[in-house]
Design a protein around this ligand. Structure first.
Ligand code: ATR
Length: 281
């Protein structure tokens, strides 16, 4: 990329948004690459989302990430959505094109899988069944990523069974919806279990699940990163399981967004991870 005479602008639209570590991550990269620019938290209320997205071009933004609660609504507002995002049913990243049109994509699935591969290099999609707890937007991205990787069996359990059934019907293939009551038994023989519910997030109750059927060899992953170690991950660690927290899923989306916005791919280094982890300690 040639050094721009423009002040580069990007950000994250959420409500609330001040907890997000995305500004810390992206501003670290801007500095590291010697680029003049900034990445800002944009506190956008749901009824202001459309106007906010439409003002990105006149303000000179290269793009934004979108987070809770905007991921599904933003998909309806942007001008074009790629196939993966359509399948997931939400977008996590918006790119402003030179003509002012907005392109939406979803980097959540990529971030989840890329992080898994970096944190657990011997992870294999064919190692066995995967249990996914939860059936919201995060779950859809995780299920999509697991399917793309070739996981043969995904046991999907959700408090509201209808939402899990919808994902199983839409995605088909390896996704099997199971009743919430069977969540403890669903861990029997799995190679991995992933929490995609909001349970265990700061201010929320822990995920209500027992790990006695979870094989010791299984990997336990959470997509939550505040706190870094949820009660679910702490229990899995105490049980002897390897764990992967949700921070890496966020970190590994950054390079994809940068490629779209600025034409360069920054690196997720141990230094950057440590910096963000310190801020969460
Ligand atoms: P996101 O887009 O971040 O995934 P979401 O769509 O609101 O957020 O989904 C949140 C997930 O957490 C859902 O699977 C939700 O279960 P329901 O579909 O039954 O609402 C799950 N969840 C939230 N509170 C829960 C609780 N107390 N017990 C179990 N699951 C819960």
């Amino acid at each position: 990329m040639t050094k721009s005479d423009r002040f580069l602008l990007a950000g994250v639209m959420g409500w609330p948004v001040m907890h997000s570590r995305s500004p810390m991550i992206h501003n670290y990269w801007l500095k590291e690459h010697g680029l003049a620019g900034t990445y800002v938290p944009l506190a956008i209320q749901p009824d202001g989302l459309k106007a906010a997205l439409r003002s990105l071009h006149p303000l000179g933004f290269s793009g934004v990430n979108v987070t809770i609660p905007h991921k599904q609504e933003a998909m309806k507002i942007v001008d074009e959505v790629d196939a993966a995002a359509k399948r997931i049913g939400a977008i996590s990243c918006v790119t402003v094109r030179p003509d002012g049109s907005l392109a939406g994509t979803n980097n959540d699935a990529y971030g989840f899988i890329r992080n898994l591969r970096q944190e657990q290099p011997d992870w294999r999609a064919d190692a066995g069944p995967v249990a996914v707890i939860g059936a919201g937007g995060g779950s859809r991205a995780v299920c999509y990523g697991l399917m793309q990787e070739g996981v043969k069996e995904v046991r999907l359990v959700n408090r509201t069974p209808g939402r899990a059934k919808v994902i199983a019907e839409e995605f088909g293939g390896p996704i099997k919806a199971l009743p919430w009551e069977s969540r403890n038994d669903a861990l029997d023989g799995v190679a991995m279990v992933v929490n995609t519910t909001s349970q265990g997030m700061v201010g929320q109750a822990p995920l209500d699940i027992r790990l006695d059927k979870l094989p010791k060899s299984a990997l336990a992953a959470d997509i939550i990163y505040i706190p870094l170690e949820t009660p679910f991950l702490a229990a899995a660690r105490a049980n002897g399981n390897r764990t992967v927290n949700g921070l890496g899923m966020l970190l590994h989306q950054g390079p994809l967004a940068w490629k779209l916005w600025f034409g360069v791919e920054p690196k997720v280094t141990p230094e950057l991870r440590a910096l963000v982890e310190r801020s969460l300690a």
